[in-house]
Design a protein around this ligand. Structure first.
Ligand SMILES: *Cc1c(COP(=O)(O)O)cnc(C)c1O
Length: 366
């Protein structure tokens, strides 16, 4: 009791379990290396250098590893993730895989609320890290995640709302800080463009804010977001109308949304490019021939945007560098994007896009 004052004490900051969980995530981070920044070897492009930040090499296999780490630290430090209480997310993709990884690391149950019909391979990866999958109708996804969290006394992470604010955009090894530090010894160290795609929009928000925060980048580096078919982000950016909706899901996994997610921040984006799905899928086939590796579909979307901007720079006689991302590995998509029958059944014609990228690599034109 404090004399003459109403006061109540609830000692939660000193919670030993929370301290231990934060320390485990810090130790995991300390064991991990940063991801590589790969320079694409395209000798015919004289004045423009292309780089790929390889986010597929994180321990849980995609750029969502950074996001999941940030969301777990945010949840722990907010007092939302607690000992013995489940962590729940509405996702069937790379976010759920990375969150399952962190849930296992700190010893809490993890439940992914996923749409019925999600590829078994995806569910298997979530279960590999000890997560459980709860399948529901696609329209019930978010309500069901919220309900489960309420009934089980758990924490609904809600990546689409919190991606933008859970990431420490000024630093703490966010993707932007890492990219610009790794560019420092290149011949054009301040990129003309950074090209990313948007799922939550959190990655774009982090990079866009960081460019404005670093006054040496501001005015020098621009942010371009590429958007697949069946996504509202491009139209929202153009019209300013955040209420736009469509009813078909994106076919490029991890990116493109039927609604404008809260983490998408149009005001930090300098350009947007709408990329046909056939172009994205042609691009990953082409990329395999120069990189020797398979990448996920959104990496193809990124590459198309980067190549088109590079060709534009070459046409204008400009020199500089462009950075984009490898978001996740192609091995996750052997039964879809890398299966010729799957491609043909959906009527995709990849050949013209592969030819266009060949022409770009040989002559710098688009
Ligand atoms: C989430 C995701 C993206 C987009 O990243 P955001 O920062 O969430 O916008 C791109 N590719 C893949 C494979 C993803 O899972």
């Amino acid at each position: 009791m404090l004399a003459h004052l109403d006061a109540r004490f609830r000692d939660c900051a000193g919670d030993a379990w929370t301290r231990g969980a934060v320390a485990r995530i810090a130790a995991d981070f300390n064991r991990s290396a940063d991801t590589h920044l790969i320079r694409l070897d395209l000798p015919c492009l004289k004045g423009v250098d292309l780089y790929l930040k390889d986010e597929s090499t994180h321990p849980s296999g995609s750029l969502k590893h950074r996001l999941a780490r940030s969301l777990f630290l945010y949840g722990l430090c907010n007092g939302w993730i607690r000992e013995g209480r489940p962590v729940i997310e509405a996702s069937s993709g790379s976010t759920a895989i990375s969150e399952a990884y962190f849930a296992r690391l700190i010893g809490v149950p993890f439940i992914a609320v996923a749409p019925a019909g999600t590829a078994p391979e995806k569910l298997r990866q979530i279960e590999f890290y000890g997560g459980r999958c709860h399948l529901v109708a696609p329209t019930a996804l978010y309500d069901e995640a919220e309900r489960l969290a309420r009934e089980l006394g758990g924490h609904y992470v809600d990546q689409f709302t919190y991606a933008e604010r859970a990431t420490d955009w000024r630093g703490n090894n966010n993707i932007a800080e890492s990219i610009f530090a790794q560019m420092e010894e290149e011949r054009f160290p301040l990129p003309s463009w950074v090209v990313v795609s948007a799922g939550t929009g959190g990655g774009a928000s982090t990079i866009g804010r960081y460019i404005r925060y670093r006054t040496d980048l501001c005015g020098q580096t621009r942010l371009c977001v590429v958007d697949p078919e069946n996504s509202v982000f491009y139209d929202v950016w153009n019209s300013g109308d955040r209420s736009l909706r469509i009813d078909r899901p994106s076919r490029i996994e991890g990116i493109g949304r039927p609604r404008c997610e809260p983490s998408f921040m149009p005001d930090v984006i300098d350009a947007m490019i709408k990329v046909p799905d056939a172009a994205s899928l042609g691009a990953i086939r082409w990329l395999e021939t120069v990189l020797g590796r398979k990448c996920g579909g959104s990496t193809g979307t990124n590459l198309i945007g980067a190549a088109a901007l590079a060709a534009q720079m070459i046409e204008k006689g400009e020199e500089g560098s462009i950075v984009t991302l490898i978001c996740d590995p192609g091995e996750r998509y052997l039964q879809s994007y890398y299966d010729d029958r799957w491609i043909a059944e959906r009527g995709f014609d990849l050949a013209p896009w592969i030819a266009r990228l060949d022409a770009f690599a040989q002559r710098g034109c688009w």
